[in-house]
Design a protein around this ligand. Structure first.
Ligand SMILES: Nc1nc2c(ncn2[C@@H]2O[C@H](COP(=O)(O)OP(=O)(O)OP(=O)(O)O)[C@@H](O)[C@H]2O)c(=O)[nH]1
Ligand SMILES: [Mg+2]
Length: 322
């Protein structure tokens, strides 16, 4: 319940878009500020495919964090839709947090030993900076240098100087979204800059994502963790059936779509071991997320063209024709 009395400050609420290159730690940051896992996280790039809203109550403010897909050079339709969703999130928000993988960017900036992935990530980060030039000044734009747990302190100055010179940011925060460093300070600042107004969601709501979709995301996270090369990117998960049972448990049936016949046996694994493993991991997370016993049934189907299926895009709030 709201504790507000007339003597207390009025409530605040607004949207903060979390944008950045793939793998910068955007979803980890959103989960950290919300205090619950509402957006999936993996070590692979391009994990998040659509906007996911997490809701953090900080003091008298309701901060709605809009997690977005990474911004990169789009090649195929799904890529274009993902990048479009990220920029739309930025333009629709009250404020923007640009998350940068600081140790990775430092490798490139300092002429150290950047990996191919570091170089790609730096190019994507520079692309975000360029994009922000158009929107900065219109709304508070914050730089969050992330993963500082992996970067010696003395290297931070060079990074801060570099990003200050872009003249895009109003504030810079040093954080480790994973370890929790600097997160309270960032959260308090976001709460501070939210516009005055009534709460946008019930105070006990942590996420704005339908349960069926969240359940599909949980399974997709396990696919990303368990499968390699192009396979995670060729797959897509749908919740087909959701049945509440008398004992309070939930029966969930999901289909994992892959694009080619040859991919199906890989998802199944020898004697069905891979899919069994994916199902076990997903079920454990679902039990925690939905707070009850879950019976999970996974099926694998081939749908060559799911990536060109318009209805899939609208289901996730993605634009098809971009
Ligand atoms: N060491 C360290 N790792 C982190 C930190 N934040 C995130 N990570 C890791 O970085 C990887 C990517 O994190 P995500 O949160 O999925 O990144 P993202 O920006 O949402 O990625 P996409 O959705 O693919 O664009 C994961 O392996 C995280 O555990 C951090 O502060 N420190
Ligand atoms: Mg993500």
């Amino acid at each position: 319940m709201t504790q507000n009395t007339k003597t207390e400050s009025p409530t605040k609420a607004g949207f903060v878009a979390i944008i950045g290159a793939p793998n910068a730690g955007k979803s980890t940051l959103v989960n950290g500020l919300v205090g619950e896992k509402i957006s999936i996280v993996t070590h692979k790039i391009q994990t998040t495919r659509f906007q996911v809203r997490g809701i953090a109550m900080i003091g008298n403010a309701q901060v709605v964090l809009v997690d977005t897909p990474g911004i990169f050079e789009p090649k195929q339709r799904l890529d274009r839709s993902m990048v479009h969703a990220a920029w739309t999130g930025a333009s629709d928000s009250d404020s923007i947090v640009h998350v940068v993988d600081a140790p990775s960017y430092y490798q490139v900036l300092s002429g150290g030993k950047p990996s191919g992935q570091d170089k790609k990530s730096a190019v994507d980060t520079d692309r975000v900076v360029k994009g922000l030039r158009k929107t900065a000044r219109a709304k508070p734009t914050i730089l969050a240098l992330n993963k500082i747990d992996l970067l010696p302190r003395e290297n931070l100055l060079k990074l801060i100087e570099h990003f200050n010179e872009t003249d895009v940011y109003d504030d810079v925060f040093l954080i480790s979204a994973l370890a929790g460093n600097g997160m309270d300070v960032l959260g308090d600042h976001l709460a501070d800059i939210m516009p005055t107004g009534p709460f946008l969601y019930p105070e006990d709501q942590a996420a704005d994502i339908p349960s069926r979709l969240l359940a599909a995301e949980i399974t997709r996270e396990k696919l990303f963790l368990r499968l390699h090369n192009e396979l995670p990117y060729a797959s897509h998960v749908e919740t087909e059936k959701w049945t509440h049972k008398k004992d309070g448990s939930i029966r969930i049936e999901q289909i994992i779509y892959v694009r080619r016949k040859s991919q199906k046996p890989i998802v199944l694994g020898k004697n069905g071991q891979t899919i069994k493993n994916i199902g076990q991991m997903a079920r454990i997370d679902m039990c925690e997320t939905f707070g009850t016993k879950i019976h999970l049934f996974l099926f694998v189907k081939i749908r060559e063209n799911w990536i060109e299926d318009r209805s899939k895009y609208t289901e996730y709030g993605l634009e098809f024709d971009v």
